[in-house]
Design a protein around this ligand. Structure first.
Ligand code: NAD
Ligand code: ZN
Length: 389
Protein backbone atom coordinates (compact mmCIF):
# COMPACT_ATOMS: atom_id res chain seq x y z
CA UNK A 1 0.00 0.00 0.00
CA UNK A 2 0.94 3.66 -0.16
CA UNK A 3 1.76 5.55 3.02
CA UNK A 4 3.13 8.91 4.09
CA UNK A 5 6.46 8.25 5.78
CA UNK A 6 8.73 10.43 7.93
CA UNK A 7 12.36 10.72 6.96
CA UNK A 8 13.54 13.63 9.08
CA UNK A 9 13.05 17.35 9.48
CA UNK A 10 10.91 18.69 6.62
CA UNK A 11 11.20 15.38 4.80
CA UNK A 12 8.06 13.29 4.30
CA UNK A 13 7.68 10.92 1.37
CA UNK A 14 4.91 8.78 -0.05
CA UNK A 15 6.23 5.23 -0.16
CA UNK A 16 5.12 1.76 -1.03
CA UNK A 17 5.09 -0.28 2.19
CA UNK A 18 3.72 -3.68 3.24
CA UNK A 19 -0.01 -3.81 4.03
CA UNK A 20 -0.80 -4.00 7.75
CA UNK A 21 -1.88 -7.34 9.19
CA UNK A 22 -3.95 -8.42 12.17
CA UNK A 23 -1.44 -9.06 14.97
CA UNK A 24 -3.78 -9.48 17.93
CA UNK A 25 -7.35 -10.80 18.33
CA UNK A 26 -8.58 -7.32 19.25
CA UNK A 27 -7.18 -5.67 16.07
CA UNK A 28 -9.06 -4.48 13.02
CA UNK A 29 -7.79 -3.34 9.63
CA UNK A 30 -9.32 -0.16 8.26
CA UNK A 31 -9.29 0.90 4.61
CA UNK A 32 -8.82 4.63 4.93
CA UNK A 33 -11.14 7.00 3.10
CA UNK A 34 -10.07 10.32 4.67
CA UNK A 35 -7.08 11.33 6.76
CA UNK A 36 -5.97 14.75 7.95
CA UNK A 37 -2.73 16.51 8.82
CA UNK A 38 -2.67 17.90 12.35
CA UNK A 39 -0.71 20.67 14.04
CA UNK A 40 0.74 17.83 16.11
CA UNK A 41 2.18 16.34 12.91
CA UNK A 42 4.03 19.61 12.43
CA UNK A 43 5.99 18.92 15.64
CA UNK A 44 7.18 15.71 13.96
CA UNK A 45 7.78 17.54 10.70
CA UNK A 46 9.97 20.04 12.55
CA UNK A 47 11.88 17.19 14.15
CA UNK A 48 10.81 18.28 17.64
CA UNK A 49 9.50 14.94 18.90
CA UNK A 50 12.18 12.45 19.91
CA UNK A 51 12.29 8.76 18.87
CA UNK A 52 10.96 9.04 15.32
CA UNK A 53 12.68 6.67 12.92
CA UNK A 54 13.22 6.90 9.17
CA UNK A 55 10.25 5.39 7.35
CA UNK A 56 7.75 5.69 10.22
CA UNK A 57 4.19 6.06 8.88
CA UNK A 58 2.59 9.35 9.92
CA UNK A 59 -1.00 10.27 10.70
CA UNK A 60 -3.44 10.00 13.60
CA UNK A 61 -6.64 11.60 12.25
CA UNK A 62 -8.25 9.01 10.01
CA UNK A 63 -11.44 7.16 9.22
CA UNK A 64 -12.59 4.54 6.80
CA UNK A 65 -14.13 1.14 6.25
CA UNK A 66 -13.53 -2.01 8.29
CA UNK A 67 -12.03 -4.67 6.00
CA UNK A 68 -10.82 -7.25 8.52
CA UNK A 69 -11.36 -7.95 12.22
CA UNK A 70 -9.58 -10.17 14.75
CA UNK A 71 -11.45 -12.92 16.56
CA UNK A 72 -11.95 -10.78 19.65
CA UNK A 73 -13.71 -7.93 17.86
CA UNK A 74 -17.44 -8.59 18.09
CA UNK A 75 -18.80 -5.07 17.78
CA UNK A 76 -17.55 -4.32 14.25
CA UNK A 77 -18.47 -5.92 10.94
CA UNK A 78 -16.71 -5.88 7.60
CA UNK A 79 -17.96 -2.85 5.71
CA UNK A 80 -18.72 -0.70 8.79
CA UNK A 81 -17.74 2.93 8.39
CA UNK A 82 -15.81 4.16 11.43
CA UNK A 83 -13.82 7.06 12.84
CA UNK A 84 -10.77 6.09 14.90
CA UNK A 85 -9.65 8.02 18.02
CA UNK A 86 -5.99 9.08 17.81
CA UNK A 87 -5.40 7.71 21.29
CA UNK A 88 -5.14 3.94 21.67
CA UNK A 89 -6.88 2.61 24.78
CA UNK A 90 -7.59 -0.85 26.18
CA UNK A 91 -10.87 0.08 27.87
CA UNK A 92 -10.19 -1.97 30.99
CA UNK A 93 -7.31 -0.46 32.97
CA UNK A 94 -7.41 1.88 36.00
CA UNK A 95 -7.34 4.95 33.73
CA UNK A 96 -9.71 3.85 30.96
CA UNK A 97 -12.29 2.94 33.61
CA UNK A 98 -12.06 6.48 34.94
CA UNK A 99 -12.62 8.04 31.51
CA UNK A 100 -8.94 9.03 31.32
CA UNK A 101 -8.43 7.26 28.02
CA UNK A 102 -5.26 9.02 26.89
CA UNK A 103 -3.57 7.73 30.04
CA UNK A 104 -4.25 4.05 29.26
CA UNK A 105 -1.75 1.75 30.95
CA UNK A 106 -1.86 -1.04 28.36
CA UNK A 107 -1.41 0.53 24.95
CA UNK A 108 2.20 1.71 24.92
CA UNK A 109 4.58 -1.18 24.32
CA UNK A 110 7.45 1.27 24.84
CA UNK A 111 6.13 2.59 28.15
CA UNK A 112 9.61 2.25 29.66
CA UNK A 113 10.85 4.99 27.33
CA UNK A 114 8.07 7.41 28.21
CA UNK A 115 8.62 6.64 31.89
CA UNK A 116 12.22 7.77 31.57
CA UNK A 117 11.04 11.11 30.19
CA UNK A 118 7.89 11.75 32.18
CA UNK A 119 7.84 9.41 35.17
CA UNK A 120 4.80 7.58 33.78
CA UNK A 121 3.62 6.71 30.30
CA UNK A 122 0.54 8.05 28.53
CA UNK A 123 -1.38 5.84 26.09
CA UNK A 124 0.01 4.87 22.72
CA UNK A 125 -0.85 7.15 19.79
CA UNK A 126 -1.07 6.40 16.09
CA UNK A 127 1.87 7.63 14.06
CA UNK A 128 3.48 9.57 16.87
CA UNK A 129 7.00 8.31 17.68
CA UNK A 130 8.34 5.21 19.33
CA UNK A 131 8.16 6.88 22.71
CA UNK A 132 4.37 6.78 22.29
CA UNK A 133 4.09 3.25 21.04
CA UNK A 134 5.71 3.14 17.60
CA UNK A 135 2.34 2.50 15.92
CA UNK A 136 2.02 2.96 12.16
CA UNK A 137 -0.16 5.98 11.43
CA UNK A 138 -3.20 6.53 9.26
CA UNK A 139 -1.90 8.73 6.44
CA UNK A 140 -1.99 5.61 4.33
CA UNK A 141 -4.33 3.37 2.42
CA UNK A 142 -4.80 0.98 5.35
CA UNK A 143 -4.13 0.97 9.08
CA UNK A 144 -4.10 -1.60 11.83
CA UNK A 145 -6.25 -0.48 14.75
CA UNK A 146 -5.46 -2.14 18.09
CA UNK A 147 -8.24 -2.49 20.69
CA UNK A 148 -10.71 -2.11 17.85
CA UNK A 149 -13.42 -3.46 20.16
CA UNK A 150 -13.06 -0.24 22.18
CA UNK A 151 -11.98 2.71 20.01
CA UNK A 152 -13.62 3.00 16.59
CA UNK A 153 -17.02 4.66 16.42
CA UNK A 154 -19.52 3.57 13.78
CA UNK A 155 -20.87 6.46 11.76
CA UNK A 156 -24.59 6.62 11.04
CA UNK A 157 -25.63 6.97 7.40
CA UNK A 158 -26.15 10.43 6.07
CA UNK A 159 -23.02 12.04 7.47
CA UNK A 160 -20.10 12.77 5.15
CA UNK A 161 -16.47 11.98 5.98
CA UNK A 162 -15.76 15.66 6.32
CA UNK A 163 -18.49 16.14 8.92
CA UNK A 164 -17.17 13.43 11.23
CA UNK A 165 -13.43 13.07 10.49
CA UNK A 166 -12.43 15.56 13.18
CA UNK A 167 -14.05 13.45 15.90
CA UNK A 168 -10.74 11.56 15.74
CA UNK A 169 -8.90 14.42 17.41
CA UNK A 170 -9.29 18.15 16.96
CA UNK A 171 -12.98 18.58 17.79
CA UNK A 172 -12.68 16.60 21.04
CA UNK A 173 -9.36 18.35 21.70
CA UNK A 174 -10.88 21.81 21.38
CA UNK A 175 -13.84 20.67 23.45
CA UNK A 176 -11.73 19.14 26.23
CA UNK A 177 -9.59 22.28 26.26
CA UNK A 178 -12.71 24.34 26.90
CA UNK A 179 -13.97 21.87 29.50
CA UNK A 180 -10.57 21.94 31.21
CA UNK A 181 -10.80 25.72 31.34
CA UNK A 182 -13.60 25.47 33.96
CA UNK A 183 -15.75 27.93 32.01
CA UNK A 184 -18.63 29.46 33.95
CA UNK A 185 -21.54 31.35 32.44
CA UNK A 186 -20.51 34.90 31.69
CA UNK A 187 -16.79 34.15 31.48
CA UNK A 188 -14.37 35.75 29.06
CA UNK A 189 -12.13 33.11 27.51
CA UNK A 190 -8.91 33.90 25.64
CA UNK A 191 -7.64 31.38 23.11
CA UNK A 192 -4.04 31.51 21.87
CA UNK A 193 -3.78 30.00 18.40
CA UNK A 194 -6.45 30.00 15.68
CA UNK A 195 -5.32 26.78 14.06
CA UNK A 196 -7.84 23.95 13.86
CA UNK A 197 -7.58 23.18 17.59
CA UNK A 198 -8.04 26.83 18.49
CA UNK A 199 -11.08 27.05 16.19
CA UNK A 200 -12.78 24.14 17.95
CA UNK A 201 -11.77 25.51 21.35
CA UNK A 202 -13.47 28.81 20.46
CA UNK A 203 -16.72 27.12 19.40
CA UNK A 204 -16.66 24.79 22.40
CA UNK A 205 -16.09 27.68 24.81
CA UNK A 206 -19.40 29.17 23.68
CA UNK A 207 -21.10 25.74 23.91
CA UNK A 208 -19.96 25.60 27.54
CA UNK A 209 -21.31 29.02 28.45
CA UNK A 210 -18.61 31.59 27.71
CA UNK A 211 -19.97 35.08 27.14
CA UNK A 212 -16.95 36.38 25.25
CA UNK A 213 -14.13 34.62 23.44
CA UNK A 214 -11.01 36.50 22.43
CA UNK A 215 -8.78 34.75 19.89
CA UNK A 216 -5.10 35.52 19.33
CA UNK A 217 -3.01 34.66 16.27
CA UNK A 218 -1.03 36.37 13.57
CA UNK A 219 -2.41 34.71 10.42
CA UNK A 220 -5.15 36.96 8.97
CA UNK A 221 -7.26 34.18 7.40
CA UNK A 222 -7.26 32.21 10.62
CA UNK A 223 -8.26 35.27 12.63
CA UNK A 224 -11.01 35.89 10.09
CA UNK A 225 -12.28 32.33 10.55
CA UNK A 226 -12.24 32.80 14.34
CA UNK A 227 -14.29 35.94 13.94
CA UNK A 228 -16.74 34.82 11.30
CA UNK A 229 -17.24 31.13 12.11
CA UNK A 230 -16.37 31.33 15.79
CA UNK A 231 -17.89 34.74 16.66
CA UNK A 232 -14.72 35.57 18.56
CA UNK A 233 -13.17 38.99 19.10
CA UNK A 234 -9.68 38.89 17.68
CA UNK A 235 -6.17 40.12 18.40
CA UNK A 236 -3.37 40.02 15.85
CA UNK A 237 -0.31 39.79 18.07
CA UNK A 238 1.92 41.08 15.32
CA UNK A 239 -0.02 44.31 15.18
CA UNK A 240 -0.66 44.97 18.84
CA UNK A 241 0.72 43.84 22.18
CA UNK A 242 -1.60 40.92 22.97
CA UNK A 243 -1.03 41.16 26.72
CA UNK A 244 -1.95 44.86 26.81
CA UNK A 245 -4.90 44.35 24.48
CA UNK A 246 -6.33 41.60 26.69
CA UNK A 247 -6.00 43.80 29.73
CA UNK A 248 -7.80 46.62 28.03
CA UNK A 249 -10.56 44.39 26.68
CA UNK A 250 -11.28 42.97 30.14
CA UNK A 251 -11.30 46.21 32.12
CA UNK A 252 -7.85 45.49 33.55
CA UNK A 253 -8.83 42.21 35.21
CA UNK A 254 -7.66 39.78 32.53
CA UNK A 255 -9.56 36.93 30.86
CA UNK A 256 -11.18 34.48 33.28
CA UNK A 257 -9.95 31.45 31.37
CA UNK A 258 -6.99 31.08 29.03
CA UNK A 259 -6.41 28.32 26.51
CA UNK A 260 -3.01 27.69 24.94
CA UNK A 261 -3.88 26.05 21.61
CA UNK A 262 -0.38 26.68 20.25
CA UNK A 263 2.08 24.40 22.01
CA UNK A 264 5.71 24.30 21.01
CA UNK A 265 5.04 25.55 17.51
CA UNK A 266 8.29 26.29 15.77
CA UNK A 267 9.01 28.19 12.61
CA UNK A 268 12.78 27.94 12.55
CA UNK A 269 14.49 31.30 12.83
CA UNK A 270 11.24 33.22 12.39
CA UNK A 271 9.87 31.48 15.42
CA UNK A 272 12.83 32.48 17.53
CA UNK A 273 12.41 36.12 16.52
CA UNK A 274 8.70 35.91 17.22
CA UNK A 275 9.20 34.31 20.62
CA UNK A 276 11.64 37.05 21.55
CA UNK A 277 9.27 39.74 20.40
CA UNK A 278 6.25 38.48 22.29
CA UNK A 279 8.28 37.74 25.38
CA UNK A 280 9.58 41.29 25.35
CA UNK A 281 6.06 42.60 24.93
CA UNK A 282 4.95 40.86 28.10
CA UNK A 283 8.23 41.83 29.74
CA UNK A 284 9.33 38.29 30.40
CA UNK A 285 12.74 36.82 29.98
CA UNK A 286 13.04 35.30 26.55
CA UNK A 287 12.23 31.67 26.71
CA UNK A 288 9.84 29.24 25.22
CA UNK A 289 6.97 28.54 25.17
CA UNK A 290 5.71 32.04 24.65
CA UNK A 291 2.00 31.48 24.18
CA UNK A 292 1.82 29.56 27.44
CA UNK A 293 3.84 32.18 29.31
CA UNK A 294 1.60 34.89 27.95
CA UNK A 295 -1.53 32.93 28.86
CA UNK A 296 -0.32 32.57 32.44
CA UNK A 297 0.56 36.23 32.76
CA UNK A 298 -2.68 37.44 31.15
CA UNK A 299 -5.03 35.20 33.12
CA UNK A 300 -7.04 36.86 35.89
CA UNK A 301 -6.31 35.95 39.51
CA UNK A 302 -7.97 32.68 40.45
CA UNK A 303 -8.49 31.78 36.78
CA UNK A 304 -7.71 28.63 34.87
CA UNK A 305 -5.16 28.05 32.11
CA UNK A 306 -5.99 25.09 29.88
CA UNK A 307 -3.20 23.66 27.75
CA UNK A 308 -4.19 21.46 24.81
CA UNK A 309 -1.07 22.67 22.99
CA UNK A 310 1.52 19.93 22.79
CA UNK A 311 4.87 20.15 24.55
CA UNK A 312 7.17 17.25 23.95
CA UNK A 313 10.41 17.56 25.82
CA UNK A 314 11.19 19.37 29.03
CA UNK A 315 9.59 22.78 29.17
CA UNK A 316 11.41 25.24 31.33
CA UNK A 317 10.90 28.92 32.10
CA UNK A 318 7.22 28.51 32.81
CA UNK A 319 6.39 31.46 35.09
CA UNK A 320 5.46 29.38 38.11
CA UNK A 321 5.69 32.44 40.35
CA UNK A 322 2.67 33.88 38.56
CA UNK A 323 0.83 30.56 38.87
CA UNK A 324 1.35 30.55 42.64
CA UNK A 325 0.77 34.21 43.35
CA UNK A 326 -2.37 34.45 41.22
CA UNK A 327 -3.74 31.11 42.49
CA UNK A 328 -4.09 29.76 38.97
CA UNK A 329 -5.22 26.32 37.96
CA UNK A 330 -3.32 24.66 35.10
CA UNK A 331 -4.89 21.75 33.25
CA UNK A 332 -3.66 19.82 30.27
CA UNK A 333 -3.38 16.43 28.61
CA UNK A 334 -3.69 14.54 25.40
CA UNK A 335 -7.39 14.33 24.72
CA UNK A 336 -9.51 11.52 26.17
CA UNK A 337 -11.06 11.16 22.72
CA UNK A 338 -13.17 8.08 23.54
CA UNK A 339 -15.06 10.04 26.19
CA UNK A 340 -16.18 12.70 23.72
CA UNK A 341 -16.95 10.66 20.59
CA UNK A 342 -20.65 10.03 21.16
CA UNK A 343 -21.65 13.36 22.74
CA UNK A 344 -19.88 15.32 20.00
CA UNK A 345 -21.30 13.11 17.23
CA UNK A 346 -24.70 14.06 18.67
CA UNK A 347 -23.89 17.75 18.39
CA UNK A 348 -22.96 17.18 14.73
CA UNK A 349 -26.12 15.19 14.10
CA UNK A 350 -28.42 17.78 15.61
CA UNK A 351 -26.82 20.48 13.50
CA UNK A 352 -25.13 22.44 16.29
CA UNK A 353 -21.82 22.35 14.45
CA UNK A 354 -20.44 21.22 11.11
CA UNK A 355 -16.72 20.61 11.74
CA UNK A 356 -15.89 20.65 8.04
CA UNK A 357 -15.67 24.45 8.22
CA UNK A 358 -11.95 24.22 9.08
CA UNK A 359 -11.00 22.37 5.88
CA UNK A 360 -9.17 24.54 3.35
CA UNK A 361 -7.49 21.87 1.21
CA UNK A 362 -8.50 18.47 -0.12
CA UNK A 363 -5.59 16.66 -1.73
CA UNK A 364 -4.54 13.24 -2.88
CA UNK A 365 -2.38 11.15 -0.54
CA UNK A 366 0.38 11.43 -3.15
CA UNK A 367 0.46 15.18 -2.55
CA UNK A 368 1.34 14.78 1.14
CA UNK A 369 4.83 16.36 0.87
CA UNK A 370 3.33 19.49 -0.64
CA UNK A 371 0.47 19.40 1.88
CA UNK A 372 2.85 19.35 4.85
CA UNK A 373 4.75 22.26 3.39
CA UNK A 374 1.77 24.53 2.80
CA UNK A 375 0.14 23.65 6.13
CA UNK A 376 3.38 24.40 7.95
CA UNK A 377 3.91 27.68 6.10
CA UNK A 378 0.23 28.67 6.26
CA UNK A 379 0.41 29.23 2.50
CA UNK A 380 -2.65 29.49 0.24
CA UNK A 381 -4.88 30.24 3.26
CA UNK A 382 -4.22 26.71 4.48
CA UNK A 383 -5.97 25.92 7.75
CA UNK A 384 -6.53 22.16 7.48
CA UNK A 385 -5.67 19.55 4.87
CA UNK A 386 -7.64 16.37 4.26
CA UNK A 387 -5.83 13.70 2.23
CA UNK A 388 -7.71 11.19 0.14
CA UNK A 389 -5.92 7.85 -0.27
P1 NAD B 1 -1.54 24.79 13.99
O1 NAD B 1 -0.07 24.74 13.96
O2 NAD B 1 -2.30 24.70 12.73
O3 NAD B 1 -2.03 26.11 14.73
C1 NAD B 1 -1.27 26.80 15.67
C2 NAD B 1 -1.62 28.28 15.55
O4 NAD B 1 -0.96 29.00 16.60
C3 NAD B 1 -1.19 28.89 14.24
O5 NAD B 1 -2.29 29.48 13.59
C4 NAD B 1 -0.13 29.93 14.66
O6 NAD B 1 -0.11 31.06 13.82
C5 NAD B 1 -0.57 30.26 16.08
N1 NAD B 1 0.48 30.80 16.95
C6 NAD B 1 1.81 30.53 16.95
N2 NAD B 1 2.43 31.21 17.93
C7 NAD B 1 1.48 31.91 18.58
C8 NAD B 1 1.48 32.81 19.70
N3 NAD B 1 2.62 33.08 20.34
N4 NAD B 1 0.32 33.37 20.09
C9 NAD B 1 -0.85 33.08 19.46
N5 NAD B 1 -0.93 32.24 18.38
C10 NAD B 1 0.23 31.67 17.97
O7 NAD B 1 -1.95 23.60 14.99
P2 NAD B 1 -3.33 22.96 15.52
O8 NAD B 1 -3.65 21.77 14.69
O9 NAD B 1 -4.38 24.00 15.70
O10 NAD B 1 -2.84 22.44 16.93
C11 NAD B 1 -2.52 23.36 17.95
C12 NAD B 1 -1.78 22.67 19.08
O11 NAD B 1 -2.62 21.67 19.67
C13 NAD B 1 -0.51 21.95 18.63
O12 NAD B 1 0.49 22.11 19.61
C14 NAD B 1 -0.94 20.51 18.58
O13 NAD B 1 0.14 19.62 18.76
C15 NAD B 1 -1.88 20.47 19.76
N6 NAD B 1 -2.81 19.32 19.79
C16 NAD B 1 -2.99 18.75 20.99
C17 NAD B 1 -3.85 17.68 21.13
C18 NAD B 1 -4.07 17.07 22.48
O14 NAD B 1 -4.60 15.97 22.57
N7 NAD B 1 -3.74 17.76 23.56
C19 NAD B 1 -4.50 17.18 20.02
C20 NAD B 1 -4.32 17.82 18.78
C21 NAD B 1 -3.45 18.89 18.68
ZN1 ZN C 1 -4.15 15.61 15.66
Amino acid sequence: MKAVCWYGRHDVRVKSVPDPKILNPRDAIIKITSTAICGSDLHLYEGNIPTMESGDILGHEFMGEVVEVGQGVKNLNIGDRVVVPFTISCGGCFFCKRDLWSLCDNSNPNAWMAEKFYGHSPSGLFGYSHLLGGYAGGQAEYARVPYADVGPLKIPDGLSDEQVLFLTDIFPTGYMAAENADIEPGDTVAVWGCGPVGQFAIQSAYMLGAERVIAIDRVPERLKMAKEQGKAEIINYEEVDAGEALKEMTGGRGPDRCIDAVGMEAHGTDAMAMYDKVAQAVKLETGRPTALRQAIVACRKGGTVSIPGVYGGFVDKVPLGAVVNKALTLRSGQTHVHKYLRPLLERIQNGEIDPSFVISHRLNLDDAPKAYEIFRNKQDNCTKVVLKP
